[in-house]
Design a protein around this ligand. Structure first.
Ligand code: NDP
Ligand code: OXD
Length: 311
């Protein structure tokens, strides 16, 4: 079988990918990139952290399958020829991991588990009240592949769920707001805000004091988009004033988060080190095979990042 797809990724476990492709997509023909290896005739590449010079070494590259959903680094990379389609990863393993992570954190904010943990540490038997999930307003910023799945999942767990995106859309039983002029209406009185936006010039710094002011007092914030979307000083002030009760952060402006960063020691900031959702090799292999088959049948690729839009 001839090679059709190159894995070019610093640190990738090629054996795991090879085994996933062998099982899920044996006809794809996966090869491993090596420094300085010339790759003429190969049209497809998958990567998260590409090896140096890979785009120069692939003169026939047509589609770049990014092994993640956030493609801002690739859109900013001037070494990727403009005719190469940059494809965002959309596969069930990644989506379900994100649904689980956000559900975990929404339940954490809904039931304030940090209070129960603190009570256990002090051997204190406490009482706690909380509203029914349908009386808890949860909003999801970004209703793309991940945001829409998360909104549906939260709704299926009973939460009063709304969402916000650039363009209008309909999601059963979820109230959808669209466009900059509807952001205030979306945010109004939300008790838990989830950010699943891509990083673009419009979304940089979007999680700021102005947004927090529109939420219900004592709201919770969950950021799984990108760290640069959060104004860190505004978050600390909002926690201090009680405008926000707590925040769950998976992504940071600087990663790894420096050891001296005040977030590490804040008792109402819950940190996970950018692990909310990862690609599953086997379901990703199936998704990439499906994309290649579609493309070669003249049907076009799905989830192509739009260079002008920035995501
Ligand atoms: P998509 O590109 O599928 O969706 C992006 C969504 O954001 C769309 O609904 C889009 O609106 C909306 N959007 C973009 N810009 C704006 C704006 N200015 N105002 C309002 N809405 C906007 O992305 P995914 O759902 O696949 O992924 C979202 C992000 O999640 C990624 O970009 C990445 O940063 C992050 N991520 C984080 C992970 C982690 O482990 N922490 C793992 C994977 C992803 P419209 O529908 O109108 O286009
Ligand atoms: C992604 C990520 O964008 O892991 O997929 O953050």
């Amino acid at each position: 079988m001839s090679a059709r797809l190159v894995l070019s990724d610093i640190g990738a476990n090629f054996a795991a990918w090879e085994s996933a492709f062998r099982k899920a997509a044996p006809d794809v023909g996966l090869v491993h990139d090596q420094p300085q290896r010339e790759l003429p005739g190969i049209r497809y590449c998958m990567t998260w952290k590409p090896l140096p010079g890979v785009y120069d070494r692939m003169p026939d590259l047509t589609a770049l399958f990014v092994l993640g959903a956030g493609v801002e680094r690739f859109l900013a990379d001037a070494t990727i020829p403009p005719q190469v389609r940059i494809v965002k990863m959309a596969e069930p393993g990644l989506t379900q991991a994100m649904e689980h992570y956000v559900l975990w954190q929404v339940l954490n904010h809904h039931r304030r588990f940090w209070e129960i943990e603190a009570a256990q540490r002090a051997a204190r038997w406490i009482d706690q009240t909380y509203p029914a999930p349908w009386a808890r307003k949860v909003g999801v910023m970004g209703l793309g592949t991940l945001g829409e799945a998360v909104a549906r999942r939260l709704k299926s767990f009973g939460f009063d769920t709304s969402g916000w995106s650039r363009s209008a859309k309909t999601i059963a039983d979820v109230t959808v707001f669209s466009g900059t002029d509807r952001i205030d209406a979306f945010l109004k009185d939300l008790e838990i805000l989830v950010c699943l936006l891509p990083l673009t010039p419009e979304t940089q710094g979007i999680l700021n004091a102005d947004v927090f002011r529109h939420l219900a007092p004592g709201a919770g914030l969950i950021n799984v988009g990108r760290g640069a979307q959060l104004n860190e000083a505004d978050l600390l002030s909002a926690l201090e004033s009680g405008q926000l009760a707590a925040a769950s952060l998976d992504v940071f402006a600087a990663e790894p988060l420096p050891a001296a960063h005040p977030f590490w020691r804040h008792d109402r900031i819950f940190i996970t080190p950018h692990l909310a959702a990862d690609v599953d090799p086997e379901s990703a292999a199936l998704a990439i095979k499906r994309q290649i088959d579609r493309f070669e049948a003249g049907q076009g690729l799905e989830h192509i990042a739009d260079r002008a839009r920035g995501y």
